[in-house]
Design a protein around this ligand. Structure first.
Ligand SMILES: C[S@@+](CC[C@H](N)C(=O)[O-])C[C@H]1O[C@@H](n2cnc3c(N)ncnc32)[C@H](O)[C@@H]1O
Length: 286
């Protein structure tokens, strides 16, 4: 994986991290048709009935039948609709209008017309949803690195958890962000707080045409920072699970293992492991 910090933008000077929202939204808008057409997301397989949610998420979230579920940063809604197939009354929210349009189209094609999708910045979610609350507020893998302020995210997400409901977060483990591609060497600062402007080719899915927009602004958030923010937002942390697998070939040594319908990546037998994914459930007491 070639990743470099941007010294210049596509057309000149270094992009300003203060423009993170516009820069990131443009990048995500462009990624939507690339991702919906990718083998990674396999939309035809989903439409044919394949399970898209990871087994650990299904186990840890539990029965969602008849429950109100809000998916923050839902991308083009495939995972959101996966929860709808398990009986949840779903709302997906994303700041990319093209992602939301693709999600609405996918809901129609999947025969799930009651799924609702909303275009909004995650920080505006509680305002846009006008005080609505949900039994499950779900955030899936690859979401928090796009957000500058984790305390504000946690407060926003917690405000939408109904009494007796919970926030469920599954994310890539921040330990993986400090290691080099060999999965052993500490190359990056775990505690780095500043925005990082990345200029990286491609995207995490397969693609036919190279994406044109390569600049994005991202943040690292440590596990302690995230868990403390969730607790400070008034939720009671029920568990934090650290997993020894990930969902993409983050390190050169990882081996692909197919577990049920999910392809995961693990260190080979005998090699010291690091946590690569974590999941948290945090409840609002009744
Ligand atoms: C990696 S995707 C989430 C992936 C999701 N787990 C999946 O595989 O479908 C990240 C999503 O966050 C959205 N996003 C990034 N920043 C956002 C923000 N500030 N407000 C709302 N959505 C945002 C992007 O548009 C994108 O759809």
């Amino acid at each position: 994986m070639t990743i470099s910090q941007a010294s210049s933008g596509p057309d000149g000077p270094r992009p300003d991290p203060a423009d993170w929202r516009a820069l990131n939204r443009a990048m995500w808008d462009e990624r939507v048709p690339i991702h919906t057409g990718s083998g990674f997301y396999d939309v035809p397989g989903f439409l044919a009935g394949a399970e898209v949610l990871r087994p650990f998420e299904l186990t840890e979230v539990g029965d969602v039948d008849g429950r109100r579920l809000l998916h923050l940063q839902c991308h083009f809604g495939q995972d959101t609709l996966g929860w709808a197939r398990h009986g949840a009354a779903v709302t997906g929210l994303d700041f990319s209008a093209s992602a939301v349009a693709a999600a609405e189209e996918l809901a129609r094609e999947a025969g799930l017309p009651d799924a609702r999708f909303v275009t909004a910045d995650v920080y505006e979610a509680a305002n846009v949803l006008a005080g609505e609350v949900f039994d499950v507020v779900y955030t899936g893998l690859g979401a928090l690195c796009w957000l500058p302020d984790i305390e504000r995210w946690a407060q926003t997400a917690a405000a939408m958890v109904a009494p007796g409901g919970f926030l469920y977060l599954a994310e890539f483990h921040p330990v993986t962000d400090m290691l080099g591609d060999d999965g052993r060497t500490v190359e990056y600062d775990y505690f780095h707080q500043e925005a990082t402007v990345w200029d990286e080719p491609g995207t995490y899915t397969d693609y036919v045409e190279e994406p044109q927009i390569t600049v994005s602004v991202q943040w690292q958030h440590g596990l302690g920072e995230i868990l403390s923010a969730i607790a400070a937002a008034g939720l009671r942390i029920e568990f934090v699970h650290e997993h020894d697998f990930t969902l993409f070939p983050r390190f050169a040594a990882l081996e692909t293992v197919t577990e049920g319908v999910t392809r995961v990546y693990r260190f080979p037998e005998g090699r010291p492991r690091v946590p690569m994914v974590y999941s948290v459930r945090a409840a609002r007491p009744r």
